[in-house]
Design a protein around this ligand. Sequence first.
Ligand code: NOJ
Length: 464
Amino acid sequence: MSKANYERSARWKAKDSPVPIHKYAFAPDFVFGASTSAYQIEGGVGEETGRGASIWERYFETRPHLDHGAVACDHYNRMEEDVRMMKSMNLKAYRFSISWSRVLPLGKGKVNEQGLEFYSRLVDELLRNGIEPYVTLYHWDLPQALEDEGGWLNRDTAYAFADFAALIAHRLGDRVKYFGTLNEPEVIVAGYIGDGLAPGLSDPNLRVKVAHNLMLAHGLATQALRSINPDFKIGVTLNLVPAEAKDAANPASVNAARRHWLKNYAIYLEAIFKARYPDVVLEEMAATGAVIHPGDMAIISQRIDYLGVNWYLRHVVDENGGIIDMPGAQKTLMGWEIHAPALTRMLVSMNEEYRLPPIFITENGAALDDTFAKGRVRDVGRMAYIHDHLSALESAVAAGVNVAGYFAWSLMDNLEWSLGFKMTFGIVHVDRNTLVRTIKDSGLWFRDMIKFNVRGSRKSGKRR
Ligand code: NOJ
């Protein structure tokens, strides 16, 4: 049988790797996987699929100069091939999201069976290949029909989301154990306050209203899932960008950094783990007319089984609350500083401040300028990035943090939302003309690293 396209890059040899394969000091059941999201990879938006429009179709229709996700990686039509590739990469888990409008074209009411069937087949394929599915219920692609009713500014959307979660749990819950409610509420909020994401609104006064409705949606969906099966493992994924003071000896700088963290990131940790919002958020709620109904905080702060953390960068904040550039910092194409030790510091301090459940790093990765030549992507930078972050996690574990798994972002190069296809985060290259997949050197390194760590034979790699 001829080799699949993605296997052509087999000239890679672990023993020659510029970043040696290392045995990390994680628990034996530590999970190694990769992540994607529906709109970024699926395509399959034509009428024949029965999928309804999401806010991204509307967003790109009104911005025709941008790349969009109508085809993306065509995963909708190449799903089986993609799962075989994941298996060849030794992935033990795959985190993907469900497109709400593929399953419920109008966000509620009539179900698109064909859409549900797609996800059901995906789950079957994963399990058949020994890969645990981690389902994200909301990765930024609200059905346009719900946006037309106010989207996340409308409290009813939170209830519609809980119904959608229940539908998915009824259909997939016989095979799926891990459910994540929301992906990155802070970035969902950005779509309403003007940061270049759908639905493309730009009113800073909407910030905490949207944030609260999202938290309510998380709580209601958690309740709905738990009532269907108390054994589900339910979590939420937060993007956490630690704010470090420019000058730790200057109280003004320390306070400004703390305020930045509480307002943008810890708002969600406080709500979920302490049933409250920080003062800085309550002040903003009062000023912008956001309303917390009696009982909301109890719904929001229910127990969850894991916390998903998406980690990419840190912020360094000066005494005026400004985010500053660190001189000489190494950055990714996104302009994000590469600084893995801040991940350890953040996890250790969160562990002291909150009673956290096990943590999965549900995303971590780097957009780098890859060059594809002679069927191979030699992306040492990405390999080093992943290794450095796994080492940072190892240090956090040594300091008592319960880190249960790591998912690379992303399984494959995909649509980086309004920034298009140029921001390549994948450990697999996707040719934009042919859509052929080629595992990058980082993906082959990841494959061998997983094998070495999961099966643990020290002979097959070097210690670093
Ligand atoms: C986090 C988001 O969940 C994902 O959709 C995005 O592509 C990555 N960050 C990289 O920006």
